[in-house]
Design a protein around this ligand. Structure first.
Ligand SMILES: [Zn+2]
Ligand SMILES: [Zn+2]
Ligand SMILES: [Zn+2]
Length: 411
């Protein structure tokens, strides 16, 4: 079992002799996938001869695994959460909703132990204010968005909501009533994925503490704000299709993704600092060479990558983050190419550039053992986002001489 580098399909894969990629039967032919990549020429003219290798960035190939991204944007909130399952929120005209009635005697699913502090607090948490905390969001400042959502419902709950609640934003509260969490990608809810999730609560339901409101983190502030107002609408007992419209409609078709940094712009374009490596066909001496290249990167590659990235060999080729193939004859596209490589990864913001890398495949072919580390190292630099000369550590730039490529450049 493997995963097709071209379409992301999981199943039986076939290795491409040219680029080392793994592909499904459909994408196996070379003209069906982004074959080979940026190639590095090697000077085999012998010691002392300085030859500038020609690197054509135009042929740099980045495969985008579109199969890993999801296209639909639907909202899945509004399904009653566990505590609300058998107690629908009451309508405003429900005769049972008379003022002054003790909510503790009304809520069927309310445990005996959680009596209201006072009969006056008629919200699912039975206390006031209702403390709202924030989780996630990364570098992005999401606090103003949550604050604006709360302010919106402060103005509008009397008109639309099933109950009124005095929400108070305390982003780092240790014992909050509601947690708004921002998640990577889209939100996984019961039954699918979408922009956001929240339980449908009502004046008689007893909320879980903390109540989870989850918001997809990959959208613009404007879209995020709309999603958050919508999800808080559910928390306040408003169902899909009810006013305020169109805020409470079930499907939000106009959600805008915000641009995400592309992999090559990240200090570490991988999602992890522990990468697994599969070595294909390496002799002990070649493996020693490659160890040296990895060691150089663990030490920060002359400051071009964050220090401390770990590399561990694995026997599981399909699951390996990095595959290095050693071939005797030229296995790259073109006889002059001594090494080639390709990176893969998802493109969730669909800007045509990989957002982070999930796979690097390197082929080193037809070079002497003592040049294996240099070629592997050069492609590792590429796998850490180097795509222009200035991005590469000096010792791995293409103007290195025959001799320099074979010295202990990593020490
Ligand atoms: Zn495929
Ligand atoms: Zn190929
Ligand atoms: Zn909804």
């Amino acid at each position: 079992m493997g995963q097709c580098d071209a379409c992301g399909e999981v199943g039986r894969t076939h290795e491409c002799d040219t680029c080392g990629g793994e592909h499904c039967l459909v994408h196996h032919p070379r003209d069906r996938h982004d074959c080979a990549g940026l190639a590095v020429e090697d000077e085999d003219d012998g010691p002392g001869v300085v030859v500038l290798a020609v690197i054509t960035l135009a042929v740099l190939v980045i495969g985008v695994v579109t199969g890993l991204t999801v296209a639909e944007v639907t909202d899945l909130g509004g399904e009653p959460s566990a505590p609300a399952a058998d107690t629908d929120p009451m309508r405003a005209d429900d005769p049972g909703d008379d003022v002054g009635r003790d909510p503790g005697t009304v809520g069927r699913d309310e445990p005996e132990t959680r009596q209201p502090a006072t009969a006056a607090v008629r919200n699912p948490w039975r206390e006031s204010p209702v403390v709202v905390a924030i989780e996630g969001g990364g570098e992005r400042s999401v606090r103003p968005l949550v604050a604006e959502t709360i302010a919106f419902w402060e103005r509008n709950d009397g008109r639309y909501a099933q109950y009124e609640a005095d929400f108070e934003l305390r982003p780092n509260a240790t014992d909050p009533d509601v947690v708004v969490s921002f998640v990577d990608g889209e939100v996984e809810c019961d039954g699918g994925h979408g922009l956001g999730c929240a339980p449908l609560l009502g004046p008689r339901t007893l909320a879980e503490r903390p109540t989870d409101v989850r918001i997809a983190g990959d959208f613009t502030n404007e879209s995020t704000l709309r999603t958050m107002k919508h999800e808080f609408g559910h928390v306040l007992g408003i169902r899909h299709g009810e006013p305020p419209r169109p805020l409470m409609r079930a499907v939000e078709a106009n959600a805008q993704r915000r641009p995400l940094p592309d992999a090559s712009a990240r200090p570490n374009p991988w999602r992890t600092t522990d990468l697994t490596v599969y070595l294909d066909n390496a002799t002990a001496a070649e493996r020693q060479q490659i160890d040296n290249a990895f060691g150089f990167f663990t030490d920060g590659a002359d400051g071009t990558v964050p220090a401390g990235i770990g590399f561990e060999y694995t026997d599981n080729r399909s699951a390996a983050d990095i595959v290095v193939r050693i071939r005797n004859a030229s296995a790259c596209d073109g006889r002059q190419q001594a090494s080639c490589g390709v990176v893969n990864g998802p493109d969730p913001d669909r800007d045509g550039a990989i957002e982070y890398y999930t796979r690097l495949r390197v082929t080193v072919s037809g070079v002497g053992t003592d040049a294996v580390a240099w070629h592997a190292g050069r492609w590792l630099a590429y796998g850490f986002g180097a795509d222009e000369t200035a991005d590469f550590p000096t010792v791995l730039r293409s103007n290195r001489t025959y001799r320099e490529r074979r010295d202990d450049w990593w020490s």
